[in-house]
Structure formats: C-alpha cells, structure tokens
Design a protein around this ligand. Sequence first.
Ligand SMILES: [Zn+2]
Length: 346
Amino acid sequence: MSTIQPSLITTDLEFDTDGVQYGTLRVPYSHDRSAYGRVPIPAMVAKRGRGPTLLLTGANHGDEYEGPVALMRLMRELPIDELNGRLIVVPALNYPAYLAGTRTSPIDKGNLNRVFPGNRNGTVTEMIAHYVETVLIPLADYAIDFHAGGSSLNYLPTLFVDRPQTLEEADRLERILTAFAPPRAMYWDYLGEDRVLGAAAHRQKTFFMTGEFGGGATVNLEGLEVVRAGIAGVMSALEMLPESTVSRPARTIRRLELTGEHLYLFAPCGGIFEPAFRLGDEVVAGQLAGVIHDPVTPWRDPVPVVFNASGVALCIRTFALVQPGDCLGHLGQDVDALHSTQFPQT
Ligand SMILES: [Zn+2]
C-alpha cells in the first residue's frame, strides 16, 4: 500500500492535450462562507509538438507584479501555431495573496516561498506548495519563477541563477542566460533555504531560474521589459518558438554573486531608517549605510548602520519604519574574473 497520496487540488486543465487551454487549479477551502469552497487559481497550458516543458510562475508572493503582468500578456498573445513544446503558465501562484495585494495569504498568513515542499493536508498555501512540488515541477524541464521586492523592498532588476556544478550545466546555463539577457545575473545558493520553489526544482532536477525585477508593490517598467524579453529569448533558445522577434537591447550582463548573509543589512534597533545610499550605488565595507532615529528620544544621536562588505546595492528597504532585525537592503558582488568558471575543474 503506497503512502504517497496525490494532491487534493483538482483542475480542468489536461496537461497532455494539444492546443491552448485556459482554466483553474482548484484548491479545496472549506470555511464558514463556503462549506465546499474552492480557491480557483487561473492557469494556462499550451502544447504542440515535441519540445520541452517550460513552467512560468508569478506572484509566488502576492505583492510582486512584473511576473504576473508579463505572464498575463503571454497567455493572451502566445502564437500557438508556432509553439514547439509545452508551456504551463500560472501568473499568480499564491492567488489569495495576489488578490489581497499582500506578500502572504490572507487565508492562513502563509508565505508560499517558505513552505515547500508543502503539505497535502495543510493550509491553502501549503497545499499550493505541495501541488507545485508534486505535480507542476515534475512536469517541467525548465521553470522560471518571477519575483520582486514586494511592499517592503525595492530591487534593481536581476535574474537569479543556480551555480552550475558541471561543465554541462555551465554550458546550458550560459545558453539560457545569454538568451534571457538580463542587465544583471546573480549566482546565489539559497542561503540555506530549502523551503523555496527553487529548492523544489532542485529536488526534481528541473532547470530553475528566478529573479527580482522591481519592488515597492508597483510594476517596474524596466523590470517588466526585462521579464517580457527574457521569456521570449529563452523560448527561442529552447527552440519552443522561432527566433525571437522581441527587440532586446545589446548589453553586457553584469555577473554578480550573493555569497552569504554578510551582504545583507539588518536593523540593529527599531526606529526611523534614514538611508545614506541609493539603489545601484557602489559601496565599500565600513561605509555608512544609514542611521536609525529613535522616535522615543528624538534628541539623541541616531544609531549608525554600516555595510559589512563591498558591492553594488541591489536592494533597498521601502518602509522607513523599522524593527530590530528588519532587512534594510543587500548587496551583490561582482564575480571575480579569476573564479568565473563556477564548476569543478577536475
Ligand atoms: Zn518574492
């Protein structure tokens, strides 16, 4: 008797049927107002030919918008007659959070990108994670999950990629990265997080990219264009669509890495944070990052905060009011040319 039970989420979409289908992923949600209720998450499956499966997701956090806006447009405009492969699009994965305009779900306060691998019998957010981990990711050869800073952070549009472990992985990453052509690409190692969608992809050996394309709960127009052109570029590189007709600026991709928590700034105390840097600034270790004013004793000198490392300010907090431990921003560091081959040499 198998102990593995399938997800309780149902769908009218048939993943193996040719053509374009629009429908919903339906999460059972029995509550006071609706005893047999479902949360209907909009999605699209498009299939034609024998090419690979690409999964594109947005609003894993509900207040991040470049992914959803680009994906809604893709759902409307995909040239199905030219598709080679299978495209699965979910513009707003944490749909309750997306409708509320919040990072976490108003139903269960769930932060979708911190609950993988999820739970079949868990809360709505946990059930979504479990479905992504056990159904969507296993279908996908490639997956891209589009993020932004949400309400509390603002980012320079940056694609996040896994550090390749073999020459083969490095070649594939280079091909896809060049096709996406973001202004910045950053290696990151999840900083120990195994609760994120990328970790789920890792477990299933699905090629995965993510990224931060703006923030402040707005639509960053530069980030939106990076996402839109990036999807078109990747789909042509994977030979899922003919050579991209989307114009992409000829640019050098700035290669960055995020190697640890020392690149983050955290508030040492509560108060009003007055930054001393702007998004995109090049900073050095020891440089003043800002001060925190004490609203209770405003006549006292504010508490200084300094950078622990050098790098480019990729992310800055949007809210001035802080509590101890709040993230004030973080840096990325240029990949050292001497170490730019990020895979074993033997
Ligand atoms: Zn996010």
